[in-house]
Design a protein around this ligand. Structure first.
Ligand SMILES: [Zn+2]
Length: 419
């Protein structure tokens, strides 16, 4: 006798709505509903209300202690895409009751946070940066940031100082680049100060880093500086680096690792910024992960440190060395965005694109890149894009000029920001 304690249509609907119609598997979040021109309902649905403990005795994770009513209740369901709905039932030893409950709870919290923040980057992102004694910023300068920012100015106007100062907050190689570039923490160090205001789901934190002199009187000429950290005005032993998930793209970044293969070189520079090892990033180049990507690149690994790219509109995969500069750049962005999408951390992501990355792109590609980044809804990333010429800045922003709200000039550097 097989009796199944099925969910009622009302329970299925509630499970789907509470999940935002997205698969609850943490690295999936597939949208499961959309328009159909052929079905009578005019809706296609590729999601399922999966049972956490099975609806019948033969099913996976069956719990004989549950009453039929509990078994068919909302508490015993989790919303999944069809693929993962089947996967969790076919491999029940791996996907335990506790694991599925964790997914459901995490996913509902994630959906709630998205609804509550109403899409505003200023409730979830870097709201301002202050800089003093870094590059051309001799006096304290505060720059407000919107969700998407285009910065323009000629060489030496401070674009790189701004980019590197922001990136420094993420620590690691970004902080090293910043420290070396401006000769900080040395004998003749210029007493730099950088401060970032960041908001994570509406919770504001101010992080201030500055050089503090430590003169050793017994040894003349031995002046050193050390890092002084304040968080929300209080002295702190460390700064909360985990609040700053920053990818800084600069054609200079990957130069020091001296690899001939430009793609491998870029991935090696990128991996630590994404919180991954080089090998982990290569392992992520699985074709199925890239079946849908922002710029339409399909990427697959074909060997140790070898990959192929099929760019949007092309029928063939080509080994990375055989694609054009813009196809290479778009593939890199597709990799970054894919990795950010599956990142479990809740802190906001900031992608900084320095002007050097744009030099190799024609204006059509520049526009495509900036428009796509600005239209990004998921993942909710904040962008800072630097360009050298005012023409580029105007061209890149023309389509959305009414959306530009903040524009402040600091010498030869102008920051536009819009929400
Ligand atoms: Zn899924």
């Amino acid at each position: 006798m097989d009796t199944r304690d099925e969910f009622t249509p009302a329970t299925v609907r509630r499970l789907a709505l509470r999940a935002g119609y997205m698969c609850a598997k943490p690295d999936c979040k597939q949208l499961t509903v959309g328009p159909s021109e052929d079905r009578k309902s005019r809706v296609t649905m590729v999601g399922v209300a999966a049972h956490i403990t099975a609806a019948s005795a033969e099913g996976p994770r069956y719990d004989a202690d549950l009453s039929p009513i509990d078994r068919a209740s909302e508490a015993n369901g989790v919303w999944m895409c069809q693929t993962h709905g089947k996967l969790i039932d076919d491999t029940e030893s791996r996907y335990t009751v506790a694991e599925l409950r964790r997914w459901k709870k995490q996913h509902e919290e994630w959906v709630f946070a998205r609804v509550a923040s109403a899409g505003s980057a200023l409730k979830h992102g870097l709201t301002s940066v202050s800089i003093e004694n870094v590059g051309p910023f001799r006096q304290r300068t505060t720059i407000s940031l919107g969700r998407h920012n285009v910065v323009f100015g000629s060489n030496g106007s401070g674009k790189s100082s701004l980019c590197e100062s922001i990136a420094a907050f993420s620590g690691g190689s970004n902080f090293e680049t910043f420290r070396k570039r401006w000769g900080l923490f040395g004998a003749r160090s210029p007493n730099m100060m950088i401060e970032a205001a960041i908001s994570v789901n509406g919770v504001h934190t101010k992080v201030r880093l500055n050089e503090e002199a430590t003169a050793l009187k017994r040894i003349p000429k031995h002046h050193q500086t050390r890092l002084h950290v304040e968080v929300n005005g209080n002295v702190a032993p460390h700064w909360p680096r985990s609040l700053f998930n920053i990818v800084y793209l600069d054609s200079q970044n990957s130069k020091p690792n001296r690899l001939k293969d430009a793609f491998r070189r870029d991935l090696r520079a990128l991996a630590p910024q994404l919180g991954l090892s080089e090998d982990q990033l290569w392992d992520a180049l699985r074709e199925e992960l890239f079946c849908s990507s922002t710029f339409g690149s399909r990427i697959r690994r074909i060997g140790e440190y070898r990959a192929e790219i099929r760019s949007a509109g092309s029928d063939h995969f080509y080994e990375t060395g055989g694609v054009s500069g813009s196809e290479h750049t778009f593939a890199l962005f597709d990799i970054i965005l894919r990795m950010i999408r599956v990142d479990p951390r809740s802190a906001p992501w900031v992608i900084i694109v320095d002007s050097s990355l744009f030099l190799g792109l024609d204006s059509e590609s520049k526009r495509r890149l900036v428009n796509a980044l600005n239209a990004l809804d998921e993942p909710a990333v904040q962008t800072v894009v630097c360009v050298n010429s005012e023409e580029d800045a105007v061209e890149l922003t023309a389509d959305d000029s009414e959306r530009w709200i903040g524009s402040s000039a600091t010498g030869a550097l102008t920051v536009h920001s819009f929400l």
